[in-house]
Design a protein around this ligand. Structure first.
Ligand code: PMP
Length: 367
């Protein structure tokens, strides 16, 4: 049967689950779900399609109306793709501390990016988006409160996991949370249809808000009233903003979370590097963090357990961040030594015929 898609939107979801071969402890089956396989490289492509199509259905989004959203990047990139395809203008508010790649990607896809001061954290981005929506009559997709965010994960991510592991075939499901859409959307389905699956939530060590036991206050519209007292900055972009969202809070209230754990920033980064170098699996910092948490679970899990970690995005989004900090641009000493181990095509050996260089350039550019 033909596999031709009717638009890019049909390529969202159905991401692969891949077995970990070298980095799993003996006797434990560790798997990762690779959200980088979505068209714009992250789990948030699902949410982008989910919230826009829900708003089209209920009439809250008018044809051609501008959409505005506060995002650490991946939601904006997903929304920019969906808006480009469907013909909606998009304005994104984003703290200026998030990676430059993200801003450029959104602008490349035709969106406008309004930066907010990093000192005003995630809640600053959200209040700017709200202010803009009110002033200009734009549609705000409200990813932190929108039930369509949860719904899309129940309809797609959770179904894919059940399809791949079957009922009660998965022992532990490990995730972090940003909006909590992945967490609550998947957890509520697993609770019903795979009740033996233990749900594990990982948080940054410096922002262990759920584990702190301190409550999050909410406004009447469901948005977080203020920064959570246990929040401190961390390098896992997309994880744990400075508040527990209404959506993430639903998992706490409903008892969906069996275990919480925390991961230190450097451990997240080294786990992402290990995945890349030992398994050829390329993910971002939050993916490294989730994988590190899954390995913690694996250490004490009974033999034969099946553990699945969500890897939310691609590592390519982090070229300017600490993930790539020790990756050189120029040749390292080892690479220089390799260059010098054979006589030809070296920077330190003059070309045999001085006229050869321009001829070569002309030949190459003529092709
Ligand atoms: N990791 C990354 C890189 C993300 O962009 C996000 C989304 N903010 C998450 C994890 C968390 O996903 P969710 O919003 O569904 O909780």
């Amino acid at each position: 049967m033909s596999q031709i898609k009717s638009s890019i939107l049909d390529t969202i979801g159905n991401t692969p689950v891949v077995k970990i071969n070298k980095l799993a402890p003996e006797g434990v089956n560790l798997f990762v779900k690779l959200e980088a396989f979505n068209p714009m490289g992250s789990v948030k492509d699902r949410l982008a399609l989910g919230v826009i199509e829900a708003a089209e259905r209920d009439g809250s989004l008018r044809p051609g109306q501008t959409i505005v959203e506060a995002t650490s990047g991946n939601t904006g990139i997903g929304l920019a793709m969906v808006c480009a395809q469907k013909g909606y203008p998009l304005v994104v508010t984003m703290a200026d501390s998030f990676s430059v790649e993200r801003r450029k990607l959104m602008r490349f896809l035709g969106a406008k990016v309004v930066l907010t001061p990093a000192a005003q954290k995630g809640s600053g981005m959200v209040s700017k988006a709200r202010e803009l929506a009110k002033e200009h009559g734009w549609f705000m997709s409200r990813q932190f409160e929108n039930p369509a965010n949860v719904e899309i994960h129940s309809r797609t991510t959770a179904r894919e996991i059940l399809r791949d592991f079957g009922q009660d075939g998965l022992d532990f499901w490990v995730t972090g949370f940003g909006t909590g859409g992945t967490l609550t959307g998947v957890a509520r389905v697993l609770r019903k249809e795979s009740p033996a699956t233990r749900i594990v939530v990982a948080e940054p060590q410096t922002a262990a808000m759920m584990q702190s036991g301190q409550v999050q206050d909410f406004n009447v519209d469901g948005s977080a009233a203020e920064s959570h007292p246990a929040f401190n900055p961390h390098p896992m972009q997309g994880w744990s903003p400075d508040f527990i969202s209404d959506i993430a809070h639903q998992s706490m209230k409903n008892g969906f979370i069996d275990h919480t754990t925390s991961v230190a920033g450097p451990d997240a980064i080294s786990a992402a590097k290990e995945l890349a170098r030992e398994e050829g699996i390329f993910c971002g910092i939050s993916g490294g963090a989730t994988f590190a948490a899954a390995r913690q679970v694996a250490e004490t899990a009974p033999k034969g357990s099946k553990i699945l970690a969500m890897l939310p995005d691609t590592g390519e989004r982090y070229l300017s961040t600490p993930l790539f900090e020790d990756v050189a641009v120029e040749m390292t000493d080892e690479e220089l030594a390799l260059s010098e181990s054979t006589p030809g095509v070296r920077f330190d050996v003059p070309l045999p015929h001085p006229v050869a260089a321009p001829t070569l350039v002309a030949t190459l550019t003529a092709k």
